[in-house]
Design a protein around this ligand. Structure first.
Ligand code: FAD
Ligand code: MLT
Ligand code: ZN
Length: 487
């Protein structure tokens, strides 16, 4: 309880007792139960990826079947034992770890591919399948998972659905609200909602699965996912560009859409400070562009015909360089170079964390205003005397901006030497006010979780919040699922 002085354990929740352990032992095998011991505090499950949030759970359950999940939840609901569903624990808003002594329900061992139809491209799998494993399986069949993100080696298919993650190719394949065709979900009372549809079109009543996509483990535990996957592109190109201003980033985006049209599969931008931090972190790896530029852009194309794509990319680059929009750039010549260019984008999260900690804001803003938040945050931190790259007595190392321009999604990361209340107070609710004043969203993709639990009002109105609470109360009247988070 000491960890969060402003939040209190809900006294209506039962504390774990011997009889509960006996029950769990009656339905789970030894390898499916992890208990904290004197010398082991289950840190891997209690602490989040940013090392910013830490709970004190004494028990992790790792069921291997949907029926076990159902029995666990039915029991916890009857006993009023609080539960945190956990996937790969790569979430960035403190939603995936307990706040106090909640039981961690880990989906790690529910990890089988169930079915794949090579004609329609529909994949059905358990929620605990790691994203990269799902994608490797699909690659063998000539298909690709319709989303990609830096955490692919750890995050679960069920976890990305629970957060409605966006990632690096949303621009091409759309959001999970469109690609997920069906879900299997265990409700807080243990009932199993089996709606593992494999239909693209089904207009028979409410589309119930949508309620769970992005619900962050608050109204059900996702155990199965049915998803439409597209054919794997045969040709990929990546180019890494340097431009002079944020205006030039926008101009390049318009040109890229026009010239590359259907083969454009990612358009990411990064500011200079994000690259400086990444350089520091990657040490000996040379940056793709020798000179520094205020902004960088990574463009990926993917299609079915390499020559066709090459011609399009060349034409686009020629035009953009001729008119001075793009100042410098490189194009990957092989798979190794392609991965190398991507790493200057994908390693930013790790690099911004490496100095001690990071305050993350993932927001949606109108494109013209996207970068304004980074400028405002820098001004604010400087004014408060909290920021210095060199002076190690200041808490903030750098406030950087990068993100998914194609989706209107900015990531503001404030890299710190250590987590500090002063920095948090300078940024919150300042950042949320800024976003709300521009009619943006305070979470484009990471969700609300624990970090933004008090700030939902900046992006949802009273009527919306009322309906969210009504749904929560209806399906989880004892509020056992992922408590202390946004609902
Ligand atoms: P967890 O972190 O374990 O859980 C996340 C939330 O979902 C929690 O609230 C949890 O309770 C709930 N949950 C998990 N599994 C289930 C389930 N089966 N049923 C019900 N609830 C469940 N996000 C993006 O959107 N785009 C990115 O580009 C992106 N890049 C990232 C890069 C890095 C390096 C990292 C560390 C994270 C990144 N993320 C990104 C954050 C993103 O939210 C997660 O990677 C992913 O969505 C979480 O999946 P997970 O399995 O780790 O879920
Ligand atoms: C990203 O786009 O890299 C992610 O959403 C992760 C992050 O912001 O740290
Ligand atoms: Zn992102």
């Amino acid at each position: 309880a000491e960890s969060y002085p402003d939040v209190h354990r809900f006294s209506g929740f039962k504390k774990l007792a011997d009889e509960d352990l006996s029950f769990f032992r009656s339905i789970l095998s030894d390898s499916e139960i992890l208990q904290a011991k004197a010398d082991e505090d289950l840190a891997l499950f209690n602490e989040d990826w940013m090392r910013k949030y830490k709970g004190q759970s004494q028990l992790v359950l790792r069921p291997k079947s949907v029926n076990q999940v159902s029995q666990i939840l039915k029991y916890c609901n009857e006993q009023k034992l609080a539960v945190v569903p956990q996937g790969g624990n790569t979430g960035l808003v403190g939603g995936s770890v307990p706040v106090f002594d909640e039981i961690v329900l880990s989906l790690t061992q529910l990890n089988k591919i169930r079915d794949f139809d090579p004609v329609s491209g529909i994949l059905k799998c358990d929620a605990g399948v790691i994203l990269e494993n799902a994608d490797s399986f699909l690659a063998e069949h000539g298909y690709i998972f319709p989303m990609d993100l830096g955490a692919k080696g750890s995050c679960h298919v069920g976890g990305i659905v629970a957060t409605n993650a966006g990632g690096l190719r949303l621009l091409r394949y759309g959001s999970l609200h469109g690609t997920v065709l069906g879900l299997e979900v265990v409700l807080p009372n243990g009932e199993i909602l089996d709606s593992m549809n494999a239909l693209r079109k089904d207009n028979t009543g409410y589309d119930l699965k949508q309620m769970f996509i992005g619900s962050e483990g608050t109204i059900g535990v996702i155990t199965g996912v049915s998803i439409l996957t597209p054919p794997r592109p045969k040709a990929f190109n990546v180019s890494f560009l340097g431009v002079e201003s944020y205006e030039a980033v926008q101009k390049t985006f318009v040109q890229a859409k026009q010239e590359l049209s259907e083969i454009l599969s990612a358009f990411e931008f990064m500011d200079l400070n994000s690259q400086r931090l990444t350089k520091e972190h990657l040490k000996d790896v040379p940056h793709p562009l020798e000179e520094e530029y205020p902004f960088y852009i990574l463009i990926e194309t993917s299609g079915s015909n390499k020559e066709h794509d090459d011609v399009k990319l060349e034409t686009f680059l020629e035009k953009a360089m001729e008119d001075g929009t793009v100042l410098d750039g490189v194009v990957a010549q092989d798979e190794t170079e392609l991965r190398n260019l991507w790493q200057w984008r994908e390693m930013i999260p790790e690099s911004s964390q490496a100095g001690g900690g990071v305050y993350k804001y993932d927001v949606s803003l109108p494109l013209k205003d996207l970068y304004s938040l980074v400028e405002a945050a820098n001004a604010k931190l400087t004014e408060k005397g909290l920021l210095s790259v060199e002076d190690t007595s200041k808490p903030v190392i750098s406030a950087i901006g990068y993100g998914h321009v194609g989706d209107g999604n900015l990531h503001l990361n404030v890299a710190v030497r250590e987590y500090s209340k002063d920095v948090e107070k300078a940024l919150e609710p300042f950042v949320y006010e800024h976003v709300s004043s521009k009619n943006g969203s305070i979470s484009a993709e990471h969700g609300l979780g624990f970090q933004k639990k008090n700030y939902i009002g900046y992006s949802k109105n009273d009527q919306e919040i009322k309906m969210i609470k009504q749904l929560k109360n209806l399906y989880d009247p004892n509020a056992i699922l992922n408590p202390y988070k946004y609902v």
